[in-house]
Design a protein around this ligand. Structure first.
Ligand code: BTN
Length: 250
């Protein structure tokens, strides 16, 4: 145990210099681990991104960690947890002097480019959740991105912020515990306040890519499930779900 101002979040830590993926490891220990346990690594050799993509996880370029949670919530609420984590990460980065934004549903962007990604995976029985793993990768160190990625990704160091891994983790677990407690208590006021406040998409015209189709819509709001409420070109409101894209079975 180490000095951390939380009651359970981040109190149990499994630390690695290198590992395949903190999400994969978390999955192997989740049944025995207590809620709020965290797997952290300086490097991942098989970092997983969303939609089956690779999350490049080199040493000294980022911090990679997965938090194990065991909430008693319906499966339908699980995908919102990714946004709760995003809200917490944005808040903690702000406390460290970094004003980033949240690109719905769950990317953190700085000066328009991605600095962090979240991959939430869960193990569920028919009706109930056994555990949820919230995996976060933050681009911290100086980094040269592949040309195809450099237009969409950046790092804290590349944008002029020197943040220590440990400072970020400590700050994050405090905010995450707070907002996760709100989430479990079905009190979404603070969470939604942050998501709206820091949103990079609300109040803007955006394009939605769904089933290979591109639709121009106006982003109006975020509801209590984390769905994006948009107005389509005919003037009708539509609800855009996050479920399928942010939560995948392990
Ligand atoms: C995304 O595609 O934006 C999500 C990236 C999530 C990366 C993190 S790094 C820690 C955890 N372990 C993984 O293998 N992936 C997540």
């Amino acid at each position: 145990k180490h000095k951390l101002k939380t009651s359970y979040m981040g109190q149990e830590v499994y630390y690695f210099d290198s590992i395949d993926s903190t999400n994969i490891y978390a999955n192997t220990i989740a049944n025995q681990a207590s809620e709020g346990s965290v797997v952290v690594s300086k490097e991942q050799t098989q970092g997983k991104g969303r939609s089956g993509k690779v999350w490049v996880s080199d040493n000294d370029q980022g911090i990679y960690f997965s938090t194990i949670l065991k909430p008693s919530i319906p499966i339908s609420r699980a995908s919102f947890l990714t946004q709760v984590a995003g809200a917490a990460l944005a808040t903690s980065l702000e406390r460290l002097g970094v004003a980033c934004q949240i690109k719905w549903p769950n990317d953190l962007v700085l000066n328009g480019r991605k600095i962090a990604g979240i991959l939430t995976e869960m193990r569920a029985e028919i009706e109930s959740i056994s555990y949820i793993i919230v995996g976060i990768g933050v681009n911290i160190g100086p980094k040269t991105f592949e040309e195809s990625i450099s237009t969409v990704a950046t790092s804290l160091a590349n944008e002029g912020y020197q943040i220590q891994d440990l400072d970020l983790l400590r700050a994050f677990f405090i905010d995450f515990e707070d907002l996760y407690e709100d989430f479990k208590n079905k009190d979404y006021t603070r969470i939604l306040g942050i998501l709206k406040d820091k949103s990079a998409v609300l109040g803007k015209e955006i394009y939605l890519i769904r089933d290979g189709q591109k639709d121009k819509v106006f982003a109006e709001n975020i509801d209590e499930y984390g769905n994006l409420i948009v107005r389509n070109e005919l003037g009708f409101l539509e609800e855009v779900f996050t479920g399928e894209i942010s939560v995948r079975g392990l």
